[in-house]
Design a binder for this molecule. Structure first.
Ligand SMILES: *C/C=C(C)/C=C/C=C(C)/C=C/C1=C(C)CCCC1(C)C
Length: 250
């Protein structure tokens, strides 16, 4: 009896009753935490020039782990979407993902001005998105469109802008592979977020999904983009490190 009472108090009944949103917050937290440990430890297996990339992957998943810890508890206790925590997390991790793209193309001549443009576009995307999620039914479509402009600018940079030009100029198969995957993450992986946003009341998909499913979309997208993209960088780093080892051995 007592234990049921405690579970009720801290909202664990949601987990026990297999609330899918609660479960994805729980799994998301563990997955982010485990990935952060993995990326930090694996820094010692890659050559020097890849160490910063792995550090950034570890920071992205580590920062997300801390936010998931709080988001999970917030959701368990209130049953509400933890919008403020979510956007604080994104405001820290999305610019770090831009740093990740920059580090990837830097050996091929990427400029810091490209990085600045990507970060400004992502801030536009996130600030307008946050206003949209908190400003109510009448305005969330308009703010969503403003946010999408920031997002499409990033897509443009990766496909046709500075980032794309650099990748075209490179003869490294590893970079070309990483760039190909980067494009998939930005277009498919990142597009899950605006789809999640559209379940908000008054938006295009409201009614098709429950409002609470917004966190299912966001949690799924975070796992794909933060952990998945980190693993892509990791695999490129490992194959480049091994290639150099072979050259030295020969
Ligand atoms: C780790 C977190 C990441 C990669 C977050 C990415 C977030 C987005 C790409 C969000 C995009 C949005 C739109 C394009 C329109 C609607 C509002 C947003 C903020 C959900």
């Amino acid at each position: 009896m007592n234990s049921i009472l405690t579970a009720d108090l801290i909202g664990l009944d949601k987990l026990i009753n297999s609330d899918p949103v609660a479960i994805t917050f729980f799994i998301g937290y563990m997955a982010m935490f485990a990935s952060a440990v993995f990326f930090f430890v694996e820094r010692s297996s890659v050559s020097d020039k890849w160490k910063t990339s792995l550090l950034v992957s570890g920071l992205i998943t580590g920062i997300a782990a801390v936010h998931y810890y709080y988001m999970r508890d917030f959701y368990l206790q209130t049953g509400q979407s933890p919008t403020a925590f979510r956007y604080v997390d994104w405001t820290l991790t999305v610019p770090l993902m831009c740093v990740e793209f920059y580090l990837l193309t830097k050996p091929f001549g990427a400029k810091t001005s490209t990085l600045t443009k990507l970060i400004l576009a992502s801030l536009l995307m996130l600030i307008t998105g946050y206003i949209g999620e908190t400003s109510g039914i009448e305005n969330n479509v308009m703010w969503g469109i403003a946010s999408t402009i920031g997002y499409l600018y990033i897509v443009y940079e990766v496909f046709a802008g500075d980032v794309a030009k650099l990748a075209r100029g490179s003869e490294s198969p590893a970079l070309n592979r990483a760039m190909f995957l980067l494009k998939i993450f930005i277009t498919l992986g990142w597009s899950i977020y605006p789809i999640g946003y559209m379940v908000l009341p008054g938006n295009l998909l409201s009614g098709a999904f429950e409002v609470s499913s917004i966190d299912l979309f966001y949690n799924l997208a975070d796992a794909i983009n933060k952990i998945g993209f980190g693993l892509v960088i990791y695999s490129v780093a490992i194959s480049e490190t091994n290639k150099n080892k072979k050259v030295i051995a020969a």
